[in-house]
Ligand binder design. Structure first.
Ligand SMILES: [Fe+2]
Ligand SMILES: [Fe+2]
Length: 355
């Protein structure tokens, strides 16, 4: 089994460092982390009764294209199922933070949850536990609290280093959920870790083959909602038809299974065929938005000179070799302190969610 390793540190909402960059997420390391939190009691609150969640979900599912998916009985059914869900306070507070500072992630979290609830009804064996699994859709992106807002909201292409920090949200969410739920085998933690994995192993963070059906449902809803939403790097969203075509393409490439994609398409059809009878055209006729910078990565070396995180003087870049490996460090010309790339990353990530 592949062991995940953190590229960046993980901080809690109140800025406590849980694990540093470079930490391997072995069972022992996670058990140790969970042990530090085992006696902390958390208040548990009904999700739909929290803040404006109910009104926000209602507003969301009444707007296109969700108004077609959640028409009539589907809306009542989905809301009744959502009433069964509760979360501990730190998770709800994270959603508050998204609502306040990153409204896309807040709305997206509600949309992925609502949509996966509908899809799971078709695709999963009905058992008591499935709605509890669908609720993980709400917190799949929880780890974004560990990504600086300037990266989440960047409207220029990302650098390779920024992309690495953005992708850190999958493992960060996993660590945060292990810690708060006091269980490193919880389904919610698994969803946070695996929602960017794909069936053909082309995803991240581990490049494993996605096999769990509910995680795959959440992954498909995640892509669908991201495509039909305006994003800083793509101000014009995909129209619904072109978004569905992109997802059909993912099934063609083996990234998602046909059944999951057929279910998504069937809910977008007025006559709502059973997913197994939903005929999906593989012809691409839509027009993707032109102003799309998604996936564009710019090369940029770390600057020659940076502001000292200690005294705000200027630090000069120094390149050397340690055991044959290039080692880049910075020395401040005012206070004399030295920093390497990991120190700078830890300092930067410690200021998560600051603009
Ligand atoms: Fe994500
Ligand atoms: Fe997402």
């Amino acid at each position: 089994m592949k062991i995940a390793k953190l590229d960046c540190p993980v901080h809690t909402l109140d800025n406590r460092l849980l694990l540093p960059a470079g930490k391997e997420l072995t069972s022992e390391a996670l058990d140790e982390l969970i042990a530090t939190n085992k006696d902390t009691p958390y208040q548990v609150l009904s999700f739909l009764e929290y803040g404006t969640v109910y009104q926000d979900i209602l507003r969301l599912i009444q707007k296109p294209p969700y108004h077609v998916i959640f028409d009539g009985l589907k809306k009542t059914l989905a809301l009744n199922l959502m009433k069964k869900i509760s979360f501990i306070l730190p998770i709800l507070e994270s959603l508050d933070l998204f609502e306040e500072r990153d409204s896309y992630t807040y709305r997206h979290s509600l949309a992925v949850f609502a949509m996966s609830t509908i899809m799971a009804q078709d695709l999963l064996e009905k058992s008591e536990g499935w709605i509890m699994e669908a609720m993980a859709g709400t917190i799949h992106d929880l780890g974004k609290i560990c990504v600086p807002l300037k990266i989440l909201k960047k409207d220029d292409p990302l650098t390779a280093a920024e992309k690495r920090i953005l992708e850190h949200h999958a493992l960060a969410g996993f660590v945060l959920l292990c810690y708060y739920l006091k269980d490193h085998r919880s389904f919610a933690a698994q969803v946070a870790k695996e929602h960017h994995e794909r069936r053909d192993g082309s995803g991240y963070p581990l490049g494993i083959s996605l096999r769990d059906r509910m995680v795959e449902i959440i992954a498909a809803c995640d892509v669908y909602d991201a495509l039909i939403s305006p994003r800083p790097f793509r101000p014009t969203p995909y129209d619904n038809r072109t978004a569905l075509e992109e997802i059909i393409e993912m099934a063609k490439e083996g990234k998602l299974s046909w059944e999951v994609v057929q279910t998504l398409v069937s809910h977008n059809r007025k006559d709502r065929p059973h997913f197994q009878e939903c005929v999906v055209s593989t012809e691409k006729r839509g027009t993707p938005p032109e102003d799309n910078l998604y996936g564009v990565i710019v090369k940029r070396d770390m600057e020659k000179e940076i502001t000292c995180p200690n005294c705000h003087g200027s630090c000069i870049k120094r390149e050397s070799y340690k055991e044959g490996v290039e080692y880049i460090s910075y020395k401040c010309s005012s206070c004399g302190k030295e920093f390497d790339k990991d120190d700078l990353l830890n300092i930067e990530m410690g200021k998560h969610f600051e603009t």
